[in-house]
Structures are given as C-alpha cells and as structure tokens.
Design a binder for this molecule. Structure first.
Ligand SMILES: C[S@@+](CC[C@H](N)C(=O)[O-])C[C@H]1O[C@@H](n2cnc3c(N)ncnc32)[C@H](O)[C@@H]1O
Length: 250
C-alpha cells in the first residue's frame, strides 16, 4: 500500500491545541458546531475522520477519533479513502473534506463502511459571497469555488499540500444534482444541508488571532444567527453542515 498523501501539515496541531485550551470564545463556537453535529447522528458507533486535536470528543460522547496517521490526539490512523468497514452508525468529519483531492472517493469509502440507515455528517467552510471575502482576508488556505469542477479530482501542490475551502459549497450547492446522482450509486442521499456562522466565528479570532468579544456575547450572537433565514445564509454563511444518509436497505 502506498503511504498516505499528507495534504495537511500536522505540525500545526500543537499550536491549535494551545489556542483551543485558552480560548472560551473558540470553544463556544466549535462547541455549537459539534452539538449541531451530535443532534444529526443516528444510533450506533460514531467514527470521526481527520480529528486534528480531537475537539469533537468533548461534545460527542463515545466518539472514536482518527487521523490520517495515528497522533497523540487520535489513536487510530485512518485514511479517508479507506474507512474501516465496521458497520458504523455515523461517520463525521469537520474541516476535512476540503483537504481531499478526491472528495467523492471518500464519500464512497464512508458509505461502504456505514451500516444501512447510517449517516455521514460533515461541517465545512462555505465559499459563499461573504465566505470568500472573509477567508481571503483571514485564512491562509485558498477558497476557490470556481476551481471545484467535475470530475472533482484535484492536484496537490508539489509538496503534497491541498486545500480548497470552496469545496463543500460547490459539491452540495451548485453541483448538487450531479453529486447526488453519483452518491446514489453508493446508496447515499443528501438528507440535509444547513448554512451557519456569520459574525460569531470571526469574533472568536479563530486559531490565529485574539478574540474580539467575550464568550457570553459570542453565545448571544450564535443564538441571533440561528434566526437568519437559510435563503440569506446561502450568501452569507461561513460554514455548512451536510447530512448524507445511507439507504436503509443497502
Ligand atoms: C483542518 S484539519 C481539521 C481538524 C479537526 N477536524 C478540526 O476541526 O479541528 C484537517 C484534518 O483532516 C485530516 N486529513 C486530511 N486529509 C486526510 C485524509 N486523506 N484522510 C484522513 N484525514 C485527513 C488532517 O490530517 C487534519 O487532521
């Protein structure tokens, strides 16, 4: 078997962990994202792909964490393209899909590893109008929805790095019908797409900057953002949560 393609620099994790421990603001927003994921899960064991520092474990009881190679945060080394077929109830991934050069191959592999009726739940950056501006200014990874085109296979940089934060907004938005047709071959259907995060997330300062507001105010902003209609969020949101469900008879 060939060694896994490391599209993400795992040496960033130690710094992320320090920031995570020291920022109540960041915990408020990510806690809200993980709780939303938790509400979408169906009964059964849950595997996370690309766990990074394993933040999700604090919010999703019993979560099995993994990363492309075993790390001090995730005991299991699991490639997104080779998900272990252990009849998982749920497979979740946060900010992982946009690092994949073959995102649909991951979804096929995850589908094969789910029990019938199981779910894949993804949280990803959204390359909306506001998302493109925000990520261009405040994030080091590219957000280029225009480059996300069929057959959805991408080339990594010479050193192996790859990211396109516009990935999920295109796959489950502009190209939804085409992607849905491909997913159907693997017994998957799109059960839900919800856009979220507007101002509360920028106010946390992310993993690189200082928080602009205390955690209490950030929680208030998150509650207000939930009231914004999805029709507007499709242009303004910074993230989306996608739920895919495997046919109960597959
Ligand atoms: C941006 S980090 C996100 C980490 C964590 N989920 C979070 O939200 O903080 C992307 C993660 O995806 C993992 N990843 C990238 N490509 C992968 C692959 N082919 N298989 C498994 N994990 C992968 C990286 O190692 C990294 O942990």
């Amino acid at each position: 078997m060939s060694p896994p393609l490391l599209t993400y620099d795992l040496s960033l994790l130690d710094r992320s962990e320090r920031k995570w421990r020291g920022s109540p603001a960041l915990r408020a927003v990510y806690g809200d994202i993980f709780s939303e994921i938790g509400r979408r899960l169906v009964p059964g064991r849950t595997l996370e792909i690309g766990s990074g520092i394993g933040m999700a474990r604090e919010f999703i009881p019993g979560l099995v964490t993994s990363d492309i190679v075993a790390t001090r945060f995730a005991a299991r080394g699991v490639s997104a393209y080779d998900v272990p077929r252990e009849e998982w109830g749920n497979i979740v991934a946060v900010d992982m899909l946009h690092h994949l050069v073959e995102p649909l191959r991951f979804l096929a592999s995850a589908a094969a590893a789910l029990r019938p009726g199981g779910r894949i739940v993804l949280a990803e950056p959204a390359g909306t109008a506001w998302g493109r501006i925000f990520y261009a200014w405040f994030h080091h990874e590219p957000c280029q929805p225009g480059n996300v085109r069929p057959p959805f296979r991408f080339a990594a940089a010479p050193g192996g790095a790859f990211a396109n934060m516009g990935m999920a907004h295109v796959l489950f938005g502009r190209e939804r019908v085409r992607v849905e047709n491909e997913l159907r071959e693997h017994g998957l259907r799109i059960a839900g797409v919800r856009y979220r995060d507007l101002l509360a997330y920028p106010a946390t300062g992310g993993f690189s900057h200082r928080a602009l507001l205390p955690a209490g105010l950030i929680r208030g902003l998150l509650a207000l953002e939930r009231l914004v209609p999805q029709v507007l969020m499709r242009f303004l949101a910074l993230r989306l949560v996608v739920v895919l469900e495997k046919d109960a008879s597959a």
